[in-house]
Design a protein around this ligand. Structure first.
Ligand SMILES: NC(=O)c1ccc[n+]([C@@H]2O[C@H](COP(=O)([O-])OP(=O)(O)OC[C@H]3O[C@@H](n4cnc5c(N)ncnc54)[C@H](O)[C@@H]3O)[C@@H](O)[C@H]2O)c1
Length: 337
């Protein structure tokens, strides 16, 4: 069976990629330091416990499993933390990715699929955002990923390591079989945070910013189901195997929802009131991030299947209820939407 090394395979998106790879007849090998991921999510193939910075262990793992490709999900990914602690972001994401490229250079593996992000565009001048838009990240997280893309292009030109950067917008939803989902100790993403709040695991839910230049004043994002992202990784790996030179593609739906629209969908789908407190904007948060996914559609055949908020929130709610049985009812906050 062909093998692919999945860096960060114990995390939210990486574990979904592992499940999708196995279903496609490819053996995923998770390489993860378990700093943020969950060992219990590694269900679809072996786990090698290791850090991105351990170049020797990385290249040994690639050789040991005779891997045809590396999928690189492992990163720190909180915009807010990257503003207060940029050193960790540059060390883990930039030096870590340099280590991955060096490990690949020491082996015969020449295909890399990389988790990039819409954060590389910063405050976009044009929405929807296509791949040619200016890249002016406004936080260290986005800058760390943009530097990685530059490194990957240079390694392609100089050493023939071809790579595809998939610039996700907001990954959401959970496995439809309820096996894996989105859960972090310090959760910052809107949907899991809201659902954990409804289940009594988080004390308050804050809307970060109600004065954005958007119709209802809250930030607008493009939400893309994790299962659709996982499928796109398989398409990217296949393209590289067929000799594709590499490139970068936006993965989003091309439709945006405001925070208030998402919260009201959560109320509709869970059948519960979603009390929320309005707070200030988070540093480094742009007003609107919506993808123009036409290039991904034409080159990768990217066609999201699970595009409705019902699919997205419904799958996440089903998984959270199973993984986190109701603890207590949410506290009543200052402002109820
Ligand atoms: N979640 C989103 O909405 C989103 C959006 C855009 C881009 N991305 C990118 O997608 C990727 C995956 O995101 P996620 O939401 O699944 O994150 P996650 O935190 O759930 O998973 C990341 C995994 O990488 C591992 N990891 C981190 N640093 C490591 C290191 N130095 N060595 C080994 N393992 C390490 C963690 O333990 C974890 O299992 C990240 O690169 C992130 O930047 C995510």
């Amino acid at each position: 069976m062909e093998s692919i090394i999945v860096l960060g395979g114990a995390g939210y998106i990486g574990s979904q990629a592992c499940k999708t790879l196995l279903a496609a007849g490819i053996q995923p090998v998770t390489y993860d330091n378990l700093s943020l991921g969950h060992e219990s999510f590694v269900k679809y193939g072996p786990l090698v416990k290791g850090d991105l910075l351990d170049t020797a262990l990385l290249s040994d793992t690639i050789r040991r499993y005779n891997a045809s490709c590396v999928m690189h999900f492992a990163a720190l990914a909180s915009v807010a933390d990257s503003v207060t602690d940029p050193a960790s972001y540059y060390r883990n994401n930039v030096t870590g990715t340099l280590s991955v490229l060096e490990a690949m250079r020491a082996t015969d593996c020449r295909s890399l699929v990389f988790s990039s992000t819409c954060a590389i565009y910063g405050q976009p001048e044009i929405v929807p955002i296509d791949e040619t838009c200016a890249k002016n990240p406004i936080n260290s997280y986005g800058r760390s990923k943009l530097i990685c893309e530059h490194m990957m292009n240079d390694y392609s030109a100089a050493y023939g390591i071809r790579s595809i950067a998939l610039r996700y917008f907001n990954a959401v939803g959970a496995d439809f079989d309820g096996e894996i989902g989105e859960f972090r100790d310090n959760e910052t993403h809107i949907i899991p945070r809201a659902l954990m709040y409804l289940l009594g695991y988080i004390d308050e839910f804050i809307i970060h910013g109600s004065d954005f230049p958007t119709p209802d004043g809250t930030a607008i994002r493009d939400y893309i189901h994790v299962k659709d992202l996982a499928e796109a990784h398989i398409s990217a790996a296949r393209l590289l195997a067929d000799g594709h030179a590499g490139g970068a593609y936006n993965l989003g739906q091309g439709t945006g929802y405001s925070v208030l629209e998402v919260l009201s969908a959560i109320e509709r789908i869970t059948g519960r009131k979603m009390p929320a407190v309005t707070g200030g904007r988070r540093q480094g948060d742009p007003a609107i991030l919506v993808a123009q996914p036409a290039l991904a559609r034409s080159v990768l055949g990217f066609a999201p299947h699970y595009s409705s908020l019902e699919d997205i929130i419904g799958s996440a709610w089903a998984w959270h209820q199973k993984a986190h049985p109701q603890k207590s009812l949410p506290l009543t906050p200052a402002r109820v939407i």
